[in-house]
Design a protein around this ligand. Structure first.
Ligand code: FAD
Length: 500
């Protein structure tokens, strides 16, 4: 180390890495410590998956488009960066979501929370599920919780409680969409741990959901947030938002796009003296043993251009396959190589109002696997988020690609755009021609947490403490893919480093 100043390298300039760097500097300052923070980013831009395109008055998200508002860390970060005034919620008039069945869109049954029929009376009215399927779903109330099977695939668990039809028609499009995944391969404990907890504590998913809603409406007194209480779709149990001064909305974003938070983080990091290095694709991590027994080890990072960077501590926030490459010479990385990644394409279509023959009276639609469409989900962006399109224009976004069906992602632009427009036409009747189409392919972007993920990650971290002390791994591959989860994980990693 140069004198006593700790040099921390943060690998990756996505939301996790930038949040980690931000909290490293902030917490060090609070403790009166001086540290040197360098962000090494492999590409020529910051943000990772977050990538806003501002074009012709449109705010277009090429990656994530919003975050779950009840998870505090993102809102806290916005406050600390002074950009909370930029936060905005969804259009309250565009709540309806549709699901495709046999080539037609059906409104999502009422009284469902994360797919669970918490209001059976309303649920019984839906046409999306057959009569037998509905009765089978309600058996959840009577099926004993049974012995603890440890972690298991989400699909098997839900099928046992509510039957196959509910999994195929409701849960798969709704829940798997978050991960572009296959419910029969995703691990319950790392993706929807609250489901198991509900059954354990309240005897069934239905009773557990009702209880969560009751508790939330007592705590907050608002029905919308009450239904969001059960929407905690990831492993990390981050604190929830109950502030009344912010827009009341289940999801939030920034009115100028999610890149707002990346830009604010970048300027804060620069002001606070962090270094940010672009085009630094880290390819190897080497241990540089301390000179004496009592002195600490340091690490040498090798970049693809054959430059090196030395650091006392290394905070890695890369996709699992990249992290695995760096750690494989030192520790067992099966916890990382077992996380498969799915590719998706995001197709955004911008239209003029003239000739636009669809009223988009909701937030969008979901397409179950069995429909065999290219589109897996579509957001009616300009209806759901009023800030995203200028006066007189419309914006729609469609996702293509999911676990087991990723071929569509590699169709060329012309064909991809055409098949997406054909699906839109078949499902919604839309015939208008877009003014422009923006296609983004996010290859190997959606981590699939396997059964046993949390235990495997805990074991990896234990190994790192002894084999590579000062190397900390975190990010979307670990304890939650949602943006607030990533911020929380970045902050936690910063605390871990500073506590050494
Ligand atoms: P990343 O954003 O992947 O950042 C990693 C960074 O590391 C990148 O900048 C990359 O260039 C860099 N890098 C990679 N390898 C190296 C290397 N060897 N050396 C140096 N740098 C390297 N979440 C939500 O909450 N709401 C949503 O609406 C939502 N929608 C999504 C839609 C899509 C299409 C995808 C893919 C994800 C979505 N998510 C959403 C999830 C969320 O966007 C991600 O989990 C999150 O952005 C990941 O942040 P990260 O910093 O952990 O990783």
């Amino acid at each position: 180390a140069t004198g006593n100043i700790r040099r921390v390298a943060v690998l990756g300039g996505g939301i996790t890495g930038l949040s980690a760097a931000f909290y490293l500097l902030k917490l060090a300052k609070q403790r009166g410590e001086v540290i040197e923070v360098t962000v090494l980013e492999g590409s020529n831009r910051l943000g990772g998956k977050i990538n806003t395109l501002r074009r012709d008055g449109f705010v277009i998200e090429r990656g994530p488009d919003s975050f779950l508002a009840r998870k505090l860390p993102m809102i806290e970060l916005a406050r600390e960066l002074g950009i909370e005034g930029e936060l905005t919620g969804t259009n309250p008039k565009a709540k309806k979501t549709y699901i495709a069945l046999d080539g037609k869109l059906h409104p999502m049954p009422e009284g469902l929370t994360l797919g669970i029929p918490s209001d059976p009376e309303k649920f019984m009215k839906t046409e999306l599920v057959s009569e037998e399927g509905k009765l089978r779903a309600l058996e959840d109330l009577n099926i004993p919780s049974g012995e603890d099977r440890g972690d298991e695939p989400v699909g098997e668990f839900l099928e046992r409680r509510m039957g196959r039809e509910m999994v195929e028609r409701i849960f798969e499009p709704l829940l798997a969409g978050i991960h572009a995944g296959d419910l029969y391969r995703l691990g319950l404990q790392s993706t929807f741990p609250q489901f198991k907890q509900m059954v354990r504590e309240h005897g069934s998913l239905i009773a557990g959901t009702r209880e969560a809603q009751r508790a939330a409406s007592e705590a907050i007194g608002k029905t919308e947030q009450a239904s969001a209480a059960a929407m905690d779709a990831s492993a990390s149990l981050v604190p929830v938002h109950d502030s009344s001064e912010l827009p009341s909305s289940v999801f939030m974003t920034f009115r100028n796009g999610l890149s707002t938070v990346i830009e604010a983080l970048e300027s804060s990091l620069i002001t606070e003296g962090a270094k940010i290095s672009f085009d630094e694709q880290v390819e190897a991590l080497e241990l540089v043993p301390g000179e004496s027994k009592s002195s600490r080890n340091a690490y040498r990072l090798r970049m693809d251009g054959d430059t090196t960077f030395d650091a006392d501590e290394v905070l890695i926030t890369l996709p699992a396959y990249e992290t695995a490459g760096l750690l494989a010479p030192h520790v067992d990385v099966s916890a990382l190589t077992n996380v498969r990644y799915v590719s998706v394409a995001n197709v955004v279509l911008a239209y003029d109002e003239a000739g636009f023959n669809q009223d988009l009276d909701g937030s969008g639609f979901l397409v179950p696997r069995g429909e065999h469409r290219h589109i897996t989900a579509s957001t009616w962006t300009s209806s759901k988020w009023l800030h995203t399109a200028p006066e007189g224009k419309r914006l729609i976004r469609c996702y293509v690609g999911r676990a087991g069906d990723e071929k569509g992602v590699e169709l060329n632009d012309v064909i991809l755009s055409a098949v997406v427009q054909r699906d839109l036409h078949d499902l919604t009747g839309l015939t208008a021609t877009p003014e422009f189409v923006e296609i983004t392919r996010l290859r190997h972007s959606m981590p699939q947490y396997p059964v046993g993920h949390l235990d495997a990650i805990a074991a990896l971290r234990e190994n790192l403490i002894t084999q590579l002390p000062g190397v900390v791994v975190t990010g979307a591959a670990f304890g939650g893919v949602g943006l607030p989860d990533c911020v929380a994980q970045g902050k936690q990693a910063a605390e871990t480093i500073l506590a050494r």
